[in-house]
Ligand binder design. Structure first.
Ligand code: FMN
Ligand code: SF4
Ligand code: SF4
Length: 574
């Protein structure tokens, strides 16, 4: 079966070229959404309370992140789940406590081609940094931090997240070269994350109405003092060294260097992916290996930077791994190369860790992100890595709702083994990385045969109203751009109607991949604009709404009437 056509029902391609800008919602608008949605449906950003994480007081899942306590060992990896404030809130509700924020870099007006995410089987993407401007990114992270502070205190949530949700950590991510990172644009971002007083004071005035009692909260002004350097592909060793030292010296940060799977060497990676795991169609890009950090220089660099940080009273860690560069043989996403993630990357990254382990300084923290799922979380932690951050798995149906079951399964395993904490359990049940890396290399779970199932498809052209109502467009969207409204009785086909907030949609393509009908939900379903300027700047179908009313539209009279009826009958929007 082929992938759904890129052009099917996708007028957005002509209109926006290769860039669909995100327009973040203000803090006040997000709070209004939370208040209205909670009181009308007991959900927050479409996540039902059954998917909220409530810690078990008898099992402590916390770990030490470069000297800081963090209540659970999981969180979103730098990527689409850590860009907008609401994404971070959704991750937190699911139990994430370590947030590797979306990578910020000086080139903040890049045109990323669309669609840019392909999670049809394993994982591929062609996106490579934040889509917001650098100042907008700072504002999003400050908003997220304030929202978490408020939600921790918010009485209605207590029953669902417990009396003490525990500490969380924001870890910055920057890329990709020393010149960009030293520039004032990125430097002021880092300073803003270290001291967000001005941003917070500017946002306080948005805490009105039911949120007014929180206006005087002592919001944490110190958002982050750790940073993961995304070296990405082709970042030379001297540059990695220069950037790390710069971040330690100039910004006084604890630094993690995120390494690429290329460190394992072309022949080994190719053998694992093509021969051992059977992904014959994956064409690992050999040229990328020559440009990247080589193994021997890599271990020298790790030892050197570890010592450099220690001498300055700072901590240093590594992260395994970023995505793997492969040639775009699928042709679905309009760029080449593309970047592989998910199941095969898990095996590559664990084998890289196995090879690195004898050479690592004893106390170096190894953070891990490569194909983490509910099924391999406990084993991954027991080889000694932490945190484990996740991207591909959260882009599959269930989305942020996949986090809490991961933590529940981990809690159960620790409790069943008679332990009271993750630390104790790891000490009593160690698994050597060699044993694990060997096991998964030959285990069927990571083989192509276990990962080639395509999303299900029905033979039906997607229409603006009515569909099989599978809910996938809601859960696979990292930005919570989709929501549904139950159909008013007999008025309209289908149990639920699905609507999209185009200002939160960057046309990543993920809902199109998983929608069983033929078409792109993000283009076909009614687009509800809330910002008149964005509505006016576009020419696609759309409905401009304010206070629950359609006040302008590019649609026929029947569609306008139906959208208004839906909004009247129980919209989660204020
Ligand atoms: C759509 C997408 C966007 C990503 N963006 C970034 C990024 O901005 N910075 C970064 O360091 N890694 C980025 N990554 C890599 C992830 O952080 C993660 O390291 C990788 O996907 C492996 O984890 P996974 O197998 O759980 O997806 C991205 C990955 C995906 C799939
Ligand atoms: S609505 Fe669809 S295309 Fe838009 S951001 Fe969400 S998943 Fe991506
Ligand atoms: S638009 Fe597609 S993905 Fe969304 S609910 Fe309908 S059938 Fe499912």
């Amino acid at each position: 079966m082929t992938q759904k056509s890129l052009t099917t029902n996708h007028p957005g391609f002509q209109e926006f070229g290769s860039s669909a800008p995100l327009t973040p919602m203000s803090l006040g608008a997000l709070l209004d959404r939370i208040d209205h949605e909670w009181h009308s449906r007991k959900r927050i950003f479409d996540l039902p309370t059954a998917r909220f994480w409530r810690p078990d007081p008898d099992v402590d899942l916390s770990f030490e992140f470069l000297g800081r306590r963090c209540a659970t060992p999981i969180g979103p990896a730098a990527g689409p789940h850590s860009q907008l404030a609401e994404n971070i809130v959704l991750s937190w509700l699911g139990g994430a406590r370590l947030f590797e924020l979306k990578t910020v870099q000086i080139l903040d007006d890049l045109e990323i081609k669309r669609p840019c995410i392909d999670m049809q089987t394993i994982g591929y993407n062609i996106e490579w940094s934040q889509e917001l401007t650098v100042p907008q990114s700072l504002t999003e992270y400050v908003k997220a931090s304030m929202l978490l502070r408020i939600l921790r205190q918010w009485e209605p949530l207590r029953e669902f997240v417990g009396p003490d949700p525990g500490p969380h950590v924001f870890d910055m991510s920057v890329g990709y070269d020393l010149a960009g990172i030293s520039d004032e644009k990125v430097a002021s971002f880092v300073r803003g994350m270290r001291d967000a007083t001005d941003e917070i004071e500017a946002l306080r005035s948005e805490l009105t109405g039911p949120w007014a009692p929180f206006a005087d909260l002592d919001f944490d002004t110190h958002l982050a003092d750790t940073l993961t350097l995304s070296t990405f592909h082709g970042c030379p060793p001297d540059e990695i060294e220069g950037i790390t030292k710069h971040l330690i010296d100039v910004h006084d940060l604890d630094v993690i260097v995120k390494l690429n799977p290329t460190l394992l060497g072309f022949e080994t990676v190719r053998q694992i992916v093509n021969d051992d795991l059977g992904y014959h169609d994956v064409d690992v890009k050999e040229a990328a290996f020559a440009e990247d950090l080589q193994f021997d220089r890599g271990i020298e660099l790790i030892a050197e930077l570890h010592q450099y940080a220690a001498e300055r009273g700072r901590r240093f860690g590594i992260k395994l791994t970023n995505t793997l560069v492969v040639n775009n043989t699928k042709g679905w996403m309009p760029d080449d190369p593309m970047y592989l993630s998910g199941a095969p990357l898990h095996v590559v990254a664990m084998n890289l860790l196995d090879r690195l382990t004898p050479h690592l300084p004893d106390d170096v923290m190894v953070s891990f992100s490569a194909g983490i799922t509910k099924d391999n979380l406990a084993d991954s932690l027991s080889v000694g890595v932490n945190p484990t951050t996740i991207c591909s798995d959260l882009l599959k149906p269930g989305g942020y709702g996949r986090l809490a079951p991961m933590l529940k399964a981990l809690t159960k395993q620790i409790a069943d083994d008679g332990c009271a904490s993750l630390d104790q359990w790891r000490a009593e049940h160690p698994l050597t990385v060699h044993e694990y890396a060997e096991r998964i290399r030959s285990s069927g779970d990571y083989h192509l045969s276990a990962n080639e199932k395509l999303p299900r498809e029905v033979d039906n052209e997607l229409e603006m109203f009515g569909c099989v109502a599978c809910n996938f467009c809601i859960t696979v969207c990292p930005n919570d751009a989709f929501f549904n409204i139950p159909s008013p009785q007999d008025e309209i086909e289908g149990r639920q109607q699905y609507l999209v907030l185009p200002e939160l949609c960057n046309e990543c393509g993920n809902c199109m991949t998983f929608c069983p009908e033929d078409g792109d939900p993000a283009q076909v379903k009614p687009k509800l604009y809330t910002d008149p300027a964005v509505f006016a700047a576009r020419s696609d179908q759309g409905f401009l709404i304010a206070d629950g009313q359609v006040i302008d539209a590019r649609a026929d009279a029947g569609a306008i009437e139906l959208v208004q009826q839906l909004l009247d009958s129980g919209s989660p929007l204020p």
